[in-house]
Design a protein around this ligand. Structure first.
Ligand code: HEC
Length: 211
């Protein structure tokens, strides 16, 4: 408790009382058993951080409990993502089921070209002109030029020459597509062609061969 003298003393002062040691302002009316409290200001950054955390907490709690927003409720977020995933899977499944019917020649060629440039062009040349592997643009084939012959080579590989088996690396559809693409290169006459290898292949001679 303040003494009468103290009260008198403070009243006289227009300025608030200042602690001699810390130079901080002494709080009025905060005195217990002779221990007085200093008005010790928080550094501004800490104070604003504190205010900001209050604002954040308030808006976060509102989102969680009032709006039950699915950005902050994990169960809802999970359900939303799962639903989107399942929808996407179904769309892909449908697309795959419908694919053999609706695929256009352009799509087949695009798929074949994609496989070719990603995997085969390293050895067979960017335009199929031949490099390590034989030229695909001439009429000469080592293992035969029908779809079946090519399929055989792609699935079995010619290991000793460096052509591996693509049986487990490509789907049957991808193999069919890349064969279609390779067949389309016939006669395209790109620059830097590798010399013909193997036998001349005549599609007419092989009956019933789809080209
Ligand atoms: C690492 C190099 C390499 C890669 C990659 C490669 N090949 Fe070959 N390929 C060869 C070689 C070498 C031969 C020749 C084999 C021989 O002389 O019997 C060949 C032969 C072939 C033949 C037979 C050609 C003929 O004249 O009968 C076909 C078809 C073929 N490759 C398709 C492909 C396809 C499709 C891919 C991509 C999926 C591919 N190759 C990737 C090296 C490669």
């Amino acid at each position: 408790m303040s003494t009468t003298e103290d009260k008198h003393h403070t009243k006289q002062q227009s300025q608030p009382e200042i602690d001699e040691v810390t130079n901080d302002q002494i709080l009025e009316g905060h005195e217990f058993d002779g221990i007085r409290e200093l008005d010790n200001q928080l550094p501004p950054w800490l104070k604003y951080l504190f205010y900001a955390s209050i604002v954040f907490a308030a808006s976060y709690l509102t989102l969680v409990f009032v709006f039950e927003d699915d950005r902050v409720i994990q169960a809802k977020e999970y359900q939303k993502e799962m639903a989107a995933y399942i929808e996407e899977e179904e769309a892909v499944d449908e697309e795959e089921q419908a694919a053999p019917v609706v695929r256009t020649q352009e799509e087949i060629m695009a798929s074949g070209e994609a496989t070719f440039s990603k995997i085969c062009s390293v050895c067979h040349g960017k335009f199929g002109e031949g490099l390590v592997g034989p030229n695909f643009t001439d009429e000469y084939w080592i293992h035969g030029g029908s779809r079946e012959d090519m399929h055989n080579v792609i699935v079995t590989g010619v290991i000793e020459k460096g052509m591996i088996s693509y049986k487990n690396l490509l789907s049957e559809r991808q193999i069919q597509d890349v064969i279609t693409y390779i067949k389309s290169l016939q006669g395209s006459n790109p620059p830097n062609q590798k010399a013909p290898e193997g036998e001349k292949y005549d599609p007419e001679a092989e009956q019933g061969t789809p080209s």
